[in-house]
Design a binder for this molecule. Structure first.
Ligand code: DC
Length: 225
């Protein structure tokens, strides 16, 4: 079974997806981490972010891997070309680089194929922007998770503080979130938009436990038939 969780940055997709996966005994796939890894590799290799051919080549040739702890189906780390980039993909530099990289059709084509292969290998909670619309249009459960701009910026600042990486300046984070939403929603290739059959969940005034319970409920109903 696939539980697709789409939505803008900072809506809580990552934390919610991991908890939903644990609760249901599913694995978890963070597709944003895959786009971030390609952006990191491009910056590392000195590839221009408007060089679509070179970016497509990176996505087709470098292996992205997820590292797991025994007994935990949700990955704890991500690597590209064998290099651990778990923290390196969360910097403000990669926050900026990932939008143009994820707008390149050849990058999306390569990553979508990998996501489809991984997701259909078991029961997965898959989070991203185009999971319910493009990657798994036949997902059994589709959620579009949103929150107000301010709630999302507050959460992202907290997350960056906890990780010790990325900006912790509220105004900078808010501006970046708004900029990325505009970019992600207006790009030609797979723009951020809810699937027609997605359940909309606005998490602004919900606790994380409430959001998780709501999505697990949808998944259990889908499992029952
Ligand atoms: O979820 P995130 O903030 O880590 O995602 C990083 C970027 O990758 C985001 O700006 C949009 C892009 N992305 C995408 O285009 N499609 C996906 N399925 C996941 C992320």
């Amino acid at each position: 079974m696939i539980v697709a969780i789409d939505g803008p940055s900072g809506a809580g997709k990552s934390s919610v997806s991991k908890l939903v996966a644990t609760e249901l005994g599913f694995s978890c796939l963070d597709t944003g981490a895959m786009y971030r890894s390609i952006a990191w590799q491009a910056v590392h290799d000195g590839v221009a972010l408007d060089d679509a051919d070179a970016l497509g080549e990176i996505a087709r040739t470098y292996d992205i891997g997820f590292t797991h702890e025994p007994g935990n189906p949700s990955p704890i780390g991500v690597s590209i070309g064998g290099e651990d980039v778990t923290l390196a993909i969360r910097t403000a530099e990669i926050d900026r680089a990932v939008s143009p990289v994820s707008a390149v059709p050849a990058v999306r084509e390569a990553l979508v194929a990998q996501q489809q292969r991984i997701g259909r290998s078991g029961n997965y909670v898959v989070e991203g922007r185009d999971i319910g619309t493009v990657v798994f249009p036949d997902a059994e459960v589709k959620v579009f998770l949103t929150a107000s701009d301010e709630a999302r910026a507050r959460r992202r600042v907290l997350q960056n503080e906890q990780r010790g990486v990325g900006s912790t300046d509220f105004d900078e984070v808010l501006a970046d979130i708004i900029r990325r939403d505009e970019y992600d929603s207006s790009r030609a290739a797979s723009p951020l938009k809810p699937a027609e059959d997605a359940v909309h969940v606005d998490s602004s005034d919900m606790t994380i436990d409430e959001v998780v319970a709501c999505i697990c409920d949808l998944a259990r109903k889908a499992q029952e038939g």
